[in-house]
Design a protein around this ligand. Structure first.
Ligand code: ADP
Length: 241
């Protein structure tokens, strides 16, 4: 599903967190929101998810006015920064959760929910972990479960907040390749937040560089590396290369 954001602003008390965001994401695209801490990346992601509300601006998904839809009708898959798995539920139940809480008219039968969970666990290569609980999993395994939970509802848009933030470098590299494969297999429009340049440039089709609530530049890795559009982008790229 394509996403169009225009003139979006958001403030928390006196802090302007988004200062006029215009962004188009194509159907099936994998986009990174890259920028330093506090630049507004997570807030933008949460507004798309329906977890925060903008002060002004438009947001449409596949031509539909998204702000008119309640969060549960948006069919968003959201992977939280620290996964937020349900500790008292098995891997299988965590993955099935999104389907079990759909409105009654839209809720699959129990057998179908179980089949979807099985299918996803096989796809994500975690079927051997089905009956374990989150505390019994490694960080990388939790990440896969969180992604499975997000994908269970066949989301129209997949959003990930610092998906690799809590993992060590070697696992991050593995998971990056793996997430790219998952993206190619599902074809869902995906936006992920990161402050890590390498991650953004390796994974994303296009990178959106944010600074202090504004989009400073949108482009491919080499465009942003070779032709930083603003002094902010030049500094940011230099600072963390
Ligand atoms: P990023 O994801 O780029 O680190 P965030 O969107 O999380 O940035 O935060 C942007 C700014 O908004 C920060 O200054 C942060 O402290 C502030 N902020 C985020 N959420 C809230 C909130 N619920 N209430 C007040 N301030 C917030």
């Amino acid at each position: 599903m394509s996403i169009t954001i225009a003139g979006m602003t958001k403030r928390f008390d006196r802090t302007e967190v988004l200062r006029g965001i215009d962004l188009d994401v194509a159907d099936g695209e994998l986009v990174a929101l890259l920028g330093p801490s506090g630049s507004g990346k997570t807030t933008l992601l949460k507004i798309i998810a329906g977890l925060e509300w903008p002060d002004a601006g438009r947001l449409s998904v596949a031509g539909q006015d998204w702000l008119q839809l309640a969060a549960r009708d948006r069919r968003i898959g959201f992977v939280f920064q620290h996964y937020a798995l349900f500790p008292h539920m098995s891997v299988r139940d965590n993955i099935a959760f999104g389907l079990t809480v759909r409105p009654r008219a839209d809720r699959p039968a129990k057998a179908q929910i179980a089949a979807r969970a099985d299918e996803l666990m096989a796809f994500l290569q975690i079927d051997h972990l089905a009956d374990r609980f989150p505390a019994q999993l490694s960080g990388g395994q939790r990440q896969r479960v969180a992604l499975g939970r997000a994908l269970a509802i066949k989301p129209r848009v997949l959003l990930l907040d610092e998906p690799f933030g809590a993992l060590d470098a070697a696992i991050r590299r593995d998971l990056r390749r793996w997430l790219r494969g998952v993206h190619e297999a599902t074809g869902s429009t995906t936006i992920f937040v990161t402050h890590d340049q390498e991650e953004a440039f390796e994974l994303a089709d296009r990178v959106v560089v944010m600074g202090q609530g504004r989009i400073e530049q949108i482009g491919h890795a080499d465009q942003i590396h070779d032709h930083p559009a603003t002094p902010f982008v030049a500094r940011f790229m230099g600072a963390t290369v």
